[in-house]
Design a protein around this ligand. Structure first.
Ligand SMILES: Cc1cc2nc3c(=O)[nH]c(=O)nc-3n(C[C@H](O)[C@H](O)[C@H](O)COP(=O)(O)OP(=O)(O)OC[C@H]3O[C@@H](n4cnc5c(N)ncnc54)[C@H](O)[C@@H]3O)c2cc1C
Length: 390
């Protein structure tokens, strides 16, 4: 049975997270270390230490690795509170791509890989990368993967070009997707490799200039130039990368929804305050139906988004993969929350497009959410195919 009651302990923790973000993290939103290419590593470290002091760092990690092993519903409640500031998830170490990468590694990595590549990320000491998208290959369709790994019985040699790789600059834990060429030793096909970011052959060409600036290190163009990795660099089994990517993506796309829900609520609260105080034509603008309807539409959308997220989380907490429901949630929530934030900009009038309030930053940062972890059209394509298959 679905129960929408938030247990008292979880509600108290949600309130504590929200207060932590308001008191300690929001003041950093005007820090110059929040650059056009995202928060710097120095800023991230400072924020991480604040969360560590409050025992709010990486709370989602498995208990055996130092976290609290949160259920999906518990994550939904706490990440929404963390998302009040786009820096909240950075501080609490539950931002992309680390959050999804930690989830994947905790499910697939062996003990040695956990100690070397996962534990330091959980501890907030290093960052991680998931390198899949390519300018001339994998994108919406990961089957087009063009980066190639050649195995000689001892080592893999990887060559290829990736872009939009979040956090690549300065990250130590790298998960690289490459197509293993036919060879006499191992099953070929799309494969995930794990390596250190300092390995020779990983060349960061440049950091792209993008609309958003909420991800540490921004998004990079990366070349793999004869990157040589030993045989034990494979994550899981060879030929299984697309299956592992799905394992990562279903929960990861939901956690994006949770965090952006918190950010949209923040935008709505600012728009509501403005509507209560700004006057036009003899009354507050909120008293004009045109404005109150925009705020009402926002409230309806925020509520619907929360229920959609919670339902997919509930299914996953029952042990279901919930791929269909998480696709529905990702496409619906990303589109709706973007509309919510756009209406908040509108309610704020001209000031809405300035950085006088954080709404403008939320609006720009949120735009990319409709593209990553599956663009809306690709989710609809998958949903449509499922419907037609019956
Ligand atoms: C901010 C940001 C961060 C990212 N971080 C990472 C990262 O860390 N690692 C990584 O590997 N990738 C990352 N990406 C890349 C992201 O995963 C891709 O942008 C996404 O998968 C879409 O691929 P594409 O950009 O190549 O678009 P394309 O595949 O070129 O698609 C272009 C358009 O065609 C549409 N389209 C495609 N197929 C269909 C269809 N069947 N029906 C209808 N329309 C369709 C798409 O919806 C889209 O609108 C990031 C992207 C962004 C914006």
């Amino acid at each position: 049975m679905i129960d929408f009651t938030i247990p008292a302990e979880l509600a108290a923790e949600r309130d504590r997270v929200r207060q932590f973000v308001i008191d300690k993290i929001v003041p950093y939103e005007r820090d110059p270390r929040l650059t056009a290419h995202g928060p710097t590593d120095e800023l991230r470290q400072e924020l991480v230490e604040l969360a560590r002091a409050e025992k709010l760092l990486t709370v989602q990690a498995p208990v055996a690795l130092g976290g609290r092993g949160l259920s999906h519903i518990e994550q939904a409640v706490l990440y929404e509170a963390a998302g009040w500031s786009t820096l909240g998830p950075v501080a609490m170490n539950c931002a992309a791509p680390d959050e999804g990468n930690m989830f994947l590694l905790s499910k697939v990595a062996n003990q040695e890989q956990i100690e070397r590549f996962l534990q330091p990320v959980i501890d907030g000491q290093q960052r991680s990368v998931f390198a899949m998208t390519e300018p001339n290959g994998a994108g919406s369709d990961p089957n087009q993967l063009s980066t190639e790994a050649v195995f000689d019985g001892e080592n893999f040699t990887i060559n290829g070009r990736k872009w939009l790789i979040t956090g690549a600059d300065g990250a130590k834990t790298w998960i690289i997707m490459a197509r293993l060429a036919d060879n006499p030793h191992l099953p070929a096909g799309p494969t995930l490799f794990l390596c250190d970011g300092d390995t020779p052959g990983i060349v960061i060409e440049r950091i792209m200039n993008t609309m958003d600036r909420n991800y540490v290190g921004g998004h990079a163009v990366v070349n793999f130039e004869n990157l040589v990795l030993p045989a034990d660099s494979v994550l899981g089994e060879t030929g299984q990368a697309l299956r592992y990517a799905q394992l990562r993506l279903a929960p990861a796309r939901l956690t994006h929804c949770m965090r952006w829900l918190g950010a949209a609520e923040r935008a709505q609260s600012i728009a509501v305050d403005y509507a209560k105080t700004r006057t036009a034509f003899g009354k507050t603008i909120g008293e004009h139906q045109g404005v109150s309807f925009m705020l009402a539409d926002n409230e309806i959308a925020l509520h619907q988004c929360r229920l959609t997220i919670w339902h997919a989380c509930w299914l996953m907490d029952q042990g279901e993969k919930a791929r269909h429901e998480s696709s529905i949630a990702k496409s619906y929530v990303s589109e709706e929350l973007f509309k919510v934030t756009d209406r908040c900009v509108q309610v704020l009038g001209g000031i809405g497009i300035s950085d006088e309030t954080v709404v403008e930053m939320i609006f720009r940062d949120m735009r990319a959410f409709r593209l990553y972890d599956g663009p809306t059209e690709v989710h609809k394509y998958a949903i449509g195919r499922k419907i037609l298959r019956g």
